[in-house]
Ligand binder design. Structure first.
Ligand code: KG4
Ligand code: ZN
Length: 389
């Protein structure tokens, strides 16, 4: 099989990204234009602004990815693009451009689920390191700003299938990081800031009660699921998450300890620094705040690791993947590595640049579909709530 060069395009949230990946196993170029600075003053992603910024960035980002890969529009073998889930307007920018390229160049077009992309970021880098022998069954935790999902992943002939065995009932883990950071005046996005501040606080200072989730005998919960009849009938063990309670607990802690004034002072001080460094954050945080964020992170990490390893044991999986933006978190990585090793379970993460949103993962996920000639028609559209199955 000759090498296939796939151009990947990703625009589901606040990153405009394009990449060229060879045969699902070698990143040739990987360009990410982040909109973080633009959304920062609003403390979160503003969908309308995101779409406009994608429109501005998409052509130069794709050109740069091709140039860095020493490829051109004609030389790539296929064009892959994120179909969903994500912000509808943002997704449409990538999809429209990918369709235009595929039509004008007469190249195959491949539609990719963003969550499948995050899973393939792990596979891509393992292959890149020479590991072609991932042991099945695989359990994948996709943990990001929009998702906290557990999938059993299986390879069927050339394609992949996924079974969801758990997801968040409310906030995603990354969303909780972002909301808590905003609440204590640390800015956006919260995950990377909390990650760097947590080692400076006491993770045992504040006790957060574990999230109470009624699992209805831990079997697939039927009513609140928007899944198809096949899955609704399934009677498999479930491992769901919930992170809105901890956010409320942080808010209560802030109120009880009368922290609002100091938070406002911090917010203003940090807003006046164009790119705050760790020292700037530390200079503006008292011990109580550092203890709070360290304890918050510890609680989230323990919950994610505890539930995921319980699911791994219940389904007797051979390998665990942890991927998505929150997989960049240092404490999450070290805890998974330590606890996974104790159970004899290999745990794979993407490198940090491929943990957060990128297009290399989209091009990698497209490769099995390219081999299977599983191409998209020109009539597919953005699906904000696209499910992975
Ligand atoms: O995968 P991603 O780039 O976008 C989504 O698909 O959502 O994930 C972004 C999320 C944000 O919530 C961000 O705060 C979080 O990942 N994040 C982190 C870290 N880096 C990014 N959370 C905790 N620790 C980090 N180091
Ligand atoms: Zn993502």
């Amino acid at each position: 099989m000759p090498d296939a060069y796939i151009l990947g395009i990703e625009s589901s949230c606040d990153e405009t990204a394009a990449a060229v990946v060879r045969s699902g196993e070698q990143v040739i170029s990987n360009v990410v234009a982040s909109q973080i600075a633009m959304h920062q003053p609003y403390g979160g992603v503003v969908p309308e602004l995101a779409s406009r910024e994608h429109l501005r960035a998409i052509v130069p980002v794709v050109r740069q990815a091709l140039a860095e890969a020493h490829q051109n529009y004609q030389s790539v073998d296929a064009i892959a693009v994120t179909q969903g889930p994500g912000l509808a307007g943002a997704l449409l920018v990538g999809i429209s451009y990918a369709k235009t390229l595929a039509f004008a160049l007469d190249k195959p077009l491949i539609a990719i689920n963003h969550l499948e992309g995050h899973i393939h970021a792990v596979l891509l880098e393992e292959r890149q390191k020479g590991n072609h022998e991932v042991q099945f069954p695989v359990l994948a935790l996709v943990v990001s700003g929009g998702h906290t999902h557990l999938y059993l992943a299986a390879q069927k002939s050339q394609g992949w299938t996924y079974e969801n065995i758990g997801h968040t009932r409310d906030d995603a883990a990354g969303e909780a990081f972002d909301k808590v950071a905003k609440l204590v005046g640390l800015g956006y996005p919260g995950g990377p800031i909390v990650d760097r501040l947590a080692p400076h606080g006491d993770p045992n200072a504040v006790k957060f009660p574990p999230a109470q989730i009624k699992h209805r005998d831990r079997r697939s919960h039927r009513r609140e699921d928007r899944r198809g009849p096949k899955e609704m009938e399934s009677d498999r063990l479930r491992f769901d998450f919930s992170y809105s309670g901890i956010k409320t607990a942080v808010l209560r802690y802030v109120e009880i300890h009368d922290m609002h004034r100091s938070i406002e002072i911090r917010r203003k001080a940090l807003a006046n620094i164009s790119k705050p460094k760790l020292e700037d954050y530390l200079a503006n945080c008292d011990k109580r705040t550092l203890d709070l964020v360290a304890s918050f992170q510890r609680a989230i990490v323990e919950d994610l690791v505890g539930k995921t390893l319980a699911a791994a044991r219940a389904y007797d999986v051979a390998t665990l993947f942890v991927t998505g933006g929150v997989a960049a978190n240092s404490e999450l990585r070290s805890t998974f590595e330590r606890n996974g090793a104790q159970e004899g379970l290999p745990v794979y993460f993407p490198s940090r640049p491929l943990s957060t949103d990128n297009a290399a993962m989209i091009a990698a996920a497209a490769y099995p579909k390219f081999l299977a000639k599983d191409f998209a028609g020109m009539d597919f559209s953005a699906e904000a709530n696209l499910l992975l199955r």
